[in-house]
Design a protein around this ligand. Structure first.
Ligand code: NAD
Length: 295
């Protein structure tokens, strides 16, 4: 079994990007600049945004964090988005999801300038991804592709089963693994909460991508011997033995599934850090004025 070490791979990518930033600035170009908007004070969202801003600093980017209180109206948020759309100093930006209930996520996503949409959520980028055209890929699926590529995991002709059909992970992952490219060229099965006899399908998977958000849901009996297992899940599970009162669990019961896998991502230290690396890669591409090439 080989551990797909997202933490180390993310640091490797960040070191490569830091070098590119130095080359850019040596030639007189400005540093890439990522902005993030955070609305409200959700603990997990604050942690995610904090990690993104720290990663920007590590690679030599400029970063701007805009924090708005939970009472911010949709109109006020849309006005902030428009300011970033038209601010030439900002190369790319994200609006951290989920937003408070009184704000329509989709309306905000659609308000972001697609050329600055480094999260890859705008319908224009999603459509281009589906057509295999240059675009910003959504950060988590892009990070998974990077991990598969850097560990030279064979994907062509393999059966990839994806659990979960969210717009940010499962659905784009199923599109990307089915495209005519590397990583890709898989035969893909996209499963979700209405899927019948899920274990029968997962046992057929050469590559299993798990993104449903239920701690330790996938057990060894659901996995084929030698499978590649990508665990996207991040769930806080109460744990009295930890100072903070919880531990982070993935969607896969790691120890028993790892024993059957050829490659597996740990949680934490797998897909999570790769999501951050992807965001940084997308921001560099935005700054360079070209979109991610994914063909
Ligand atoms: P979501 O909550 O939006 O959707 C969950 C999906 O799982 C749905 O499509 C649903 O149909 C499916 N599902 C639910 N129960 C199921 C079942 N019993 N069998 C099959 N399918 C089932 O999911 P999301 O936003 O993609 O997040 C999934 C997990 O990934 C969460 O734990 C989230 O925290 C984590 N996540 C991690 C990263 C990262 O960077 N590592 C990024 C995004 C999300």
């Amino acid at each position: 079994m080989t551990l797909l070490d997202g933490k180390q791979t993310s640091l490797d990518i960040q070191a490569e990007i830091a070098e590119k930033v130095e080359q850019l600035t040596a030639k007189g170009f400005k540093r890439p600049h990522l902005a993030a908007i955070l609305v409200g004070n959700d603990g997990a969202s604050q942690t995610y945004v904090g990690s993104k801003v720290k990663a920007c600093e590590r690679v030599g980017f400029e970063s701007t964090l805009i924090t708005l209180d939970g009472e911010t109206t949709e109109e006020q948020l849309l006005a902030e988005v428009e300011k970033l759309n038209t601010n030439d100093e900002i190369d790319g930006f994200i609006v951290q999801l989920p937003l408070p209930k009184h704000i329509d996520d989709q309306k905000v996503i659609e308000a972001v300038n697609p050329l600055k949409d480094v999260d890859g959520f705008h319908p224009s980028n999603v459509g281009k991804m589906a057509l295999n055209l240059p675009c910003f890929l959504p950060a988590t699926p892009y990070g998974i592709l990077q991990l598969l590529e850097r560990y030279k995991v064979e994907t062509s002709g393999k059966h990839c089963v994806v659990i979960g059909r969210s717009h940010i992970v499962g659905s784009p992952m199923s599109i990307l693994m089915g495209r005519n490219a590397y990583p890709g060229n898989c035969t893909v099965t996209l499963t979700h909460s209405r899927t019948k006899d899920l274990p029968a399908l997962t046992r057929e998977a050469d590559i299993l991508v798990v993104a449903l958000g239920r701690a330790e849901f996938v057990t060894a009996d659901m996995v084929k011997e030698g499978a590649v297992v990508i665990d996207v899940g991040i769930t806080r599970v109460p744990d009295e033995t930890k100072k903070r009162g919880y531990r982070i669990a993935g969607d896969v019961l790691f120890d028993e599934v790892a024993a059957k896998s050829s490659f597996i991502t740990p949680v934490p230290g797998g897909v999570g850090p790769m999501t951050i690396a992807s965001l940084i890669m997308n921001t560099l591409l935005a700054a360079e004025g070209k979109s991610a090439l994914n063909g």
